[in-house]
Design a protein around this ligand. Structure first.
Ligand SMILES: [Zn+2]
Length: 176
């Protein structure tokens, strides 16, 4: 799917999950938007309707259904009703370097928190450290994300990720 956008859209069409395409936006600086959609999540998304590449939307759909909710049921006894994210699209490089971030092409999302059915919110910061059930849930979410995304960076990776999970479908592979 990462190499073949039409296969990605065909997979959504076959699954009967409706997706809203975002018009392509060219760029001469490595910040183009191509084959993007509005995140087709059944969860409440704060801020609403982020733009993501089709492969990211496909990975998220599998992760949400087969990873995230299972982790919530196991560790918290209820499902997730919403997510709080810190953005998908940002025309910038990776941490001060010369390589474009996957955020430059809407091929990444940063997740800061999970809102549960009872209204409570589990946040990467401050809930990641510790040994309680919220921390266990967050670790299970990180581990599950590694099944579906190419790169998953948690607070275990570095201080820049102390308050969010970075998920992307770029060319590298990492689960930290
Ligand atoms: Zn990120």
């Amino acid at each position: 799917m990462r190499q073949d956008p039409e296969a990605c859209f065909a997979a959504f069409a076959a699954s009967a999950i409706p997706v809203t395409r975002v018009p392509d936006r060219p760029s001469t600086t490595g910040c183009e938007t191509e084959n993007a959609v509005r995140l087709p999540s059944v969860l409440r998304t704060i801020p609403a309707s982020p733009t993501l590449s089709c492969p990211m939307a496909a990975a998220w759909t599998m992760f949400e259904r087969h990873g995230l909710q299972a982790a919530a049921r196991t560790h918290l006894g209820q499902e997730v009703a919403g997510i709080r994210h810190l953005g998908t699209q940002s025309c910038r490089n990776i941490g001060g370097g010369t390589v474009r971030s996957q955020h430059a092409t809407a091929n990444a999302i940063d997740i800061a928190g999970f809102i549960l059915r009872d209204g409570r919110e589990v946040r990467v910061a401050p809930d990641w450290p510790g040994s309680g059930r919220d921390a266990a849930f967050l670790r299970a979410v990180r581990d599950a994300a590694c099944r579906w995304f190419r790169v998953v960076l948690s607070p275990d990776y570095d201080a820049a990720h102390r308050d969010h999970f970075h998920l992307d479908m770029g060319p590298w592979s990492s689960c930290r």
